[in-house]
Design a protein around this ligand. Structure first.
Ligand code: AMP
Length: 396
């Protein structure tokens, strides 16, 4: 089967065409600057990249250029659109309505729309992608795969805030969690590696990318996660604060004369390791700066690792134990230094790092010694493949 995986943002659209029988990527690419001017970068596997600067006033035009590229005489990978069997869409927020992926019917579209309030920057853009694809491929089944769905198994004690109950009842304010597709994919793989599929298991997944979250997964189900009502909560991230005393919002607003929106912008875009270090949000730059002795870069990395270790400890307590831990995403898969920094706090779990093995980059590896009481792994995530697998499972 060929599944077209779409991740549609407000001004961009990332895609992959995946042969789900071999799980190979047939082509992938991105449309950028939709609604501004428009640029398509299309990379067919084994062929030369096609770059096209064309007006993309709306997402439908962008999708039509992608479909044209996929069937192009030179850069194409299929001869006809009928070779696309299904489309899998990444949808950020499914609220409490969606605990798993779904085939997108008109009714489902309306239900997703009702979650727009919860992710105003992401969900409307995701839905525009769905509508554009439906218009251009009316007979192809569409599946929605939600970032929040995997975390719908959290118990109420984990997802409620200490806010008066009416805010949950009336406004559904609670922890939802994000990166669910990645946490699901990596935890499944880790449980498989451990040989515990179908048995009881306790694992912790550290998705450390520009956005970062940690999830406790018990018996294959998310039981707690560090992101909350929005992806701002939890770990210190590239440009996001992570957890912070909410009273800081009012204090900054008063001191700087900012509106709430302006303060939220500080918390989301001007903070994290970027704002702390004044160097960069990219861990490669931070690693270089810290090696050169930049004190604020050293501080930012120390804080990042300390916070991550605190969450890991909290989740060991939540599950009363842990069988294994995995690092994934851009930083987790590649940055041995930060993995080592986090593991330094985990000696009490009997974790001993294998320094040589911890040099692994972008590939699956166990990074602890054989006698480490709890093994720690680096496991590459693959959200597109996870979406394609979910899509096949629903349309077959
Ligand atoms: P993601 O959001 O998962 O794409 O992760 C992106 C982040 O991963 C970048 O901002 C970098 O901080 C980090 N990253 C990617 N490659 C490396 C690397 N080789 N070493 C350290 N950090 C990396």
């Amino acid at each position: 089967m060929n599944v077209f995986v779409v991740n549609c943002g407000s001004s961009s659209l990332k895609y992959q065409l995946i042969n789900t029988d071999t799980e190979e990527v047939i082509a992938k690419g991105i449309c950028e600057r939709i609604g501004i001017d428009g640029k398509l970068k299309h990379k067919p596997t084994g062929k030369e990249e096609l770059v096209k600067e064309v007006a993309m006033p709306e997402h439908k035009t962008a999708v039509s250029y992608v479909l044209e590229a996929l069937t192009d005489e030179v850069a194409g990978v299929i001869s006809d659109l009928s070779e696309i069997d299904a489309v899998g869409h990444r949808i950020v927020h499914g609220g409490e309505k969606f605990a798993s992926s779904v085939i997108i019917t008109d009714e489902v579209l309306r239900a997703i729309e009702e979650c727009n309030d919860l992710a105003p920057l992401h969900n409307p853009a995701n839905l525009i992608g769905v509508v554009a694809c439906k218009e251009l491929m009316p007979n192809v089944p569409m599946v929605g795969v939600f970032d929040t769905a995997f975390h719908q198994t959290m118990p109420q004690k984990a997802y409620m805030y200490g806010l008066a109950y009416e805010y949950y009842e009336n406004y559904k304010i609670r922890k939802y969690g994000f990166h669910g597709t990645s946490h699901s994919f990596v935890s499944k793989r880790l449980i498989e590696i451990l040989g515990k599929t179908g048995q009881s298991s306790k694992v912790i997944i550290c998705h450390l990318g520009n956005g970062a979250s940690i999830t406790a997964v018990q018996d294959g189900k998310s039981v707690d996660t560090s992101m909350g009502f929005t992806p701002l909560d939890g770990l210190i991230m590239g440009t996001r604060t992570g957890s912070i005393d909410p009273a800081v919002v009012q204090y900054i607003a008063d001191k700087k004369g900012y509106t709430i929106d302006q303060v939220m912008n500080v918390l989301n875009k001007e903070s994290g390791v970027d704002g702390l270090s004044g160097v960069s949000s990219d861990f490669r730059d931070l690693d270089d700066a810290s090696e050169a002795g930049n004190e604020r870069a050293i501080l930012a990395l120390d804080m990042f690792a300390y916070r991550a270790a605190q969450y890991i400890g909290g989740y060991v307590a939540a599950m009363n134990g842990v069988d294994a831990i995995a690092f994934t995403a851009g930083i987790g898969e590649n940055d041995g230094k930060i993995r080592a920094k986090i593991c330094q706090y985990l000696g009490y779990l009997g974790i001993t790092l294998d320094e040589e093995a911890n040099k692994a980059r972008g590939k699956e590896a166990v990074i602890t010694t054989e006698d480490s009481r709890v093994p720690v792994y680096a496991i590459p995530t693959n959200e597109e493949l996870a979406i394609a697998r979910e899509t096949v499972a629903l349309v077959l």
